[in-house]
Design a binder for this molecule. Structure first.
Ligand code: Z5A
Length: 219
């Protein structure tokens, strides 16, 4: 990581793993310790990105080509990086992003069957050398997560996928966590919320101790 730049943390997981709920708790914890923070999400995070998100999540009467889906995600990501993520990191702020490129590996490669090389090529093109410093993977059995979100009403285009799709997504995330164990923190998101949040707080405490405002290389 470059000296003086902020920490780039991504939060990943399947449907209903608790990303939104827990990001709010993480942000409260870090901000109360004086960390300047930008909380954002993908797809989204900019006006253009939020429009792309609408296009991607909307249920359509035509099949969406997996490559078209991937390119839309990376178009939104390019805008997000230029407009939000890179300026924040350069200003020494920490960025917490609800999903990032690992979601493209999990959903578009694992879920939809695109080759990982396609994501790797776009990753290099769009991000250059920027990669998340830490990734918090909220992992729960597929059925547990779906049960949590399916109580919410109308399902979006992803949520309407078959069970096998979500199993492939989860398997890909777990494989990424094994391959990049230095970057990944795996959290059992099937536990009761207070226990999940306690574990996340421990991780944040460690990150703060290493990279917090008082650390010489920190924000
Ligand atoms: N996508 C992609 O395909 N490729 C990419 O590169 C990117 C994204 C970046 C939208 O993302 C879609 O974009 C996503 C993948 C695709 N597919 N889908 N669907 P999203 O992150 O916005 O969508 P999501 O995963 O569906 O988010 P979500 O449904 O909002 O889930 P969540 O944020 O992980 O969960 P939550 O809202 O915090 O919690 C859900 C409920 O569970 C809520 O009532 C909580 O109170 C409850 N909850 C949370 N944790 C617990 C625990 N531990 N116990 C009990 N109840 C809990």
């Amino acid at each position: 990581m470059q000296m003086g730049r902020g920490l780039f943390i991504t939060v990943e997981g399947g449907e209903g793993a608790g990303k939104s709920t827990n990001i709010a708790a993480i942000a409260t914890y870090l901000e109360s310790h004086g960390v300047e923070l930008v909380v954002t999400r993908e797809p989204g995070g900019t006006r253009l990105g939020e429009e792309v998100r609408g296009v991607l999540l909307q249920v359509r009467d035509e099949p969406v080509a997996p490559m078209a889906e991937l390119l839309l995600l990376f178009a939104a990501r390019a805008q997000h990086l230029q407009q939000v993520i890179q300026p924040a990191l350069a200003a020494g702020k920490w960025v917490i992003c609800d999903r990032f490129t690992d979601a493209s590996y999990a959903y578009q490669c694992g879920g939809r069957g695109l080759p990982a090389a396609a994501v790797r090529t776009l990753e290099t093109l769009v991000q250059g050398e920027l990669r998340p410093d830490y990734t918090l993977l909220l992992d729960a059995p597929v059925e547990t997560g779906l049960e949590r979100v399916r109580g919410r009403g109308d399902l979006d285009r992803f949520e309407q996928e078959q069970l096998a799709f979500f199993h492939r997504v989860r398997d890909t995330y777990l494989q990424l966590a094994r391959e990049s164990s230095g970057r990944y923190h795996l959290i059992d998101a099937s536990l009761p919320l207070p226990e999940v949040q306690q574990r996340l707080q421990e991780i944040c405490r460690e990150l703060y101790a290493c990279w917090g405002p008082r650390h010489p290389g920190g924000a």
